[in-house]
Design a protein around this ligand. Sequence first.
Ligand code: SAH
Ligand code: SF4
Length: 388
Amino acid sequence: MSQELADTMLDDQPQKEKINLLGLSASRLSEFFEEIGEKKFRATQIIKWIHQEGECDFQKMTNLSKDLRNKLHEIAEIKLPEVVSCQESVDGTCKWLIRVDGGSCIEMVYIPERERGTLCVSSQIGCALDCSFCATGKQGFNRDLTSAEIIGQLWIAADSFDQFSPKAKRRVSNVVMMGMGEPLMNFDNVVDAMSIMLEDNAYGLSKRRVTLSTSGVVPELDKLGDVSDVSLAISLHAPNDELRNELVPINRKYPLATFIQSAKNYIEKMPDNRRKVTVEYTLMDQVNDRSIHARELAVLLKDLPCKINLIPFNPFAGSGYKTVTNTALNRFRDILMAEGYTVTVRTTRGDDIAAACGQLAGEVNDRTKRQERYKKKLNDIQPLNIME
Ligand code: SAH
Ligand code: SF4
């Protein structure tokens, strides 16, 4: 078929894509209403309908005029990712498999505790950073999630817990960006989605209860403090560059000293000076769990206001690592505590449904070409070619 004919056929069938309002932050929604010639306060009405009432049908938004409802129906939509399955563990942990456009699936986990309920949200399909002990990294990278797909995860959890009705029993009180993907490699969409989490007219979560976890994309972390003030977790896993280069390859590009300084700058930008960075350290048998590593870590972190979260490695098929023994875990914790650090140990939850940290794999389709493009994007942040 000639190109001309193909173009004509396309012209005959204009397929105007509707804009998905689900992922628009309050400020982007205001811009949207201004652009379509409506008053900006419509943004507040819509954001409340979507994220407080759980309403996705414009026709049911009774405080909008009929004309506006029809207009929105023509040009916009509120489109959620699709829930494929939801499993509940004996300990109350829930894991959802969620299909996004293109057919791939992501996983999301809810962890109930006595005083809080934490939702672990994904930011990408797969991950290109390829940490040696992470199931998500091992499956490669497919694509970034849109802001609608990220906030859509919180919407889905809220809906399954009947949270949109005032009598809800279970609630999501905390969100951690610790599911699949590296949130700082999907900066704009993650920042937009987190702003909806914090927005009073949406979920109204406190900035202390929303945590971004990163393995060290330093230039993006440097930018984050200008646009967000959520809590920060940094994934270290090693106390020196030699070992970290092996476990977390992005360390070759942004070594420990640079990463830790960037995290320090981030919390120093915050108006309240009581903030602490959470340091995540996944412990693997005979790899990074020796006394010498604990002592080295204590020195490394001496100038960073932080608390340390030790995570026993969660095994997955073919990882090649074993989890830490109880003896080594206790020894590691005691050394850090003796140095004055606050140390917590992450208990493994949802064992029976493979819902633990680093076990989220989802289903990734067609990743090869995208992975190449993505590695290029990563190298474009700073032209130093280590991600090969
Ligand atoms: N990409 C981000 C956030 C997602 S990973 C990051 O790396 O921080 C969330 C946390 O799970 C990280 O601290 C990561 O190192 C940890 N993790 C990954 N694989 C793991 C595994 N197999 N066992 C235990 N923790 C793991
Ligand atoms: Fe990506 Fe985080 Fe897994 Fe590393 S630990 S591969 S950055 S998801």
